[in-house]
Ligand binder design. Sequence first.
Ligand SMILES: [Zn+2]
Length: 88
Amino acid sequence: MKKYICKKCGHIVHSASKVNPINWTDKHSCVFITEEVIFLFLDDLRESGITNMFGATPYLQEDLELTFEVAKENLINWMKQFGKDKEA
Ligand SMILES: [Zn+2]
């Protein structure tokens, strides 16, 4: 199972296969990206040393086309997971 996240509203779907865009009645369409892709992007960004990770939000917005809210939330999740990996 992979965790798919809408780039625009942060809606989460857990699925083993690719998730098709969901069209809502309010005309919003969910465009999904996997959490895995976001985390790998953040790993690379960290290794590149381009930015302090607290400044990573604009990179997520620009390169992965996430909204500010979705970028911020995933950055926090990535930081939590990063901490866990280090302890293990
Ligand atoms: Zn959405």
